[in-house]
Design a protein around this ligand. Structure first.
Ligand SMILES: Cc1cc2nc3c(=O)[nH]c(=O)nc-3n(C[C@H](O)[C@H](O)[C@H](O)COP(=O)(O)OP(=O)(O)OC[C@H]3O[C@@H](n4cnc5c(N)ncnc54)[C@H](O)[C@@H]3O)c2cc1C
Length: 254
């Protein structure tokens, strides 16, 4: 931020973009306070909102025992305790396999009965072949139980309507993310999940991070197909700024 200020960047904090329109060849970003910003170029980096389950016990245990990513750091915190992963996509499958290297009991909870529906086949096979992973099909989490620490997760079997308490010390919530693009609906081409299309996928002519609209770029988690990691978001941002400069030069706007 200090560096950006040195180069003359102006900050608007708090500030929420609510619309993106065009006027007289400029891009106009509407703001929640009623104001607007007029620019030759716009770089969208509004990220995503990770989905949470709305279940009893989550608020109480979220800070100590609920995770939204499964890296070496979280795996170490879980030691060899039983853990539960919620989600049926590749992130959940990868997390289950990764956690099973350390924990002998990994529960994977999916709301349907076909593990290969939303997960790559090779990954679904690895999950099914792991003696350490139990797949709870047609099931959902109904409650997180534990006062001092996380003790059990209450699972609801959707077909039989049965409930079962399963011992667990940590919950990994990998149920997807919703991009912050509601304010761009109808203005930029988005993929079916609402992420911004850029580069060849958008038929854009402003390089890899350009959208279909000339002079509007997108980077980081909000971009369709991006790697959802800090380092990649930062890297995309710095490369995109170069593309912004190239665009401005090509348009004779520098
Ligand atoms: C719990 C958790 C743990 C993670 N752990 C890791 C990790 O260990 N390593 C790793 O590499 N990555 C991790 N990630 C992912 C990492 O945080 C993201 O990949 C990275 O922050 C993406 O950067 P970004 O700039 O694209 O978006 P963000 O960092 O999400 O920033 C987007 C910003 O835009 C703001 N915004 C949204 N809409 C608007 C709007 N309309 N107007 C104005 N502002 C708006 C948001 O409030 C936010 O401040 C983790 C994510 C989560 C949720």
């Amino acid at each position: 931020m200090v560096q950006a200020r040195k180069f003359g960047a102006a900050f608007s904090i708090p500030g929420e973009a609510t619309s993106l329109t065009e006027a007289d060849g400029y891009h106009v970003v509407g703001l929640a306070d009623g104001g607007s910003l007029v620019a030759h170029a716009v770089l969208v980096a509004t990220g995503v909102r990770y989905r949470r389950l709305d279940v009893p016990g989550l608020d109480r245990l979220e800070r100590s025992s609920v995770y939204y990513a499964a890296t070496e750091f979280e795996a170490r915190l879980c030691r060899q305790d039983p853990v539960t992963v919620v989600g049926g996509g590749n992130s959940a499958g990868q997390a289950a396999c990764f956690l099973a290297r350390r924990s002998p009991v990994v529960n994977l909870v999916i709301r349907h009965d076909d593990l290969g529906r939303d997960m790559s086949r090779y990954l679904a096979d690895r999950v099914e072949q792991s003696p350490r992973i139990t797949v709870w099909r047609d099931s959902e989490v109904r409650e997180l139980i534990g006062e001092e620490g996380f003790e059990e997760v209450l699972l609801h079997q959707l077909q039989s309507d049965d409930e079962q308490r399963v011992a667990t010390r940590a919950l990994f919530m990998l149920i997807g993310a919703a991009p912050h693009t509601a304010w761009l609906q109808g203005e930029l081409p988005l993929d079916p999940k609402g992420f911004i299309l850029t580069g060849p996928a958008a038929d854009g002519s402003d390089g890899m991070f350009g959208t279909r609209r000339r002079g509007v770029f997108a980077v980081g988690d909000v971009r369709s197909g991006s790697v959802k990691r800090v380092a990649s978001a930062v890297g995309e941002g710095s490369v995109a700024i170069r593309q912004v400069h190239e665009f401005l030069e090509a348009e004779g706007r520098r």
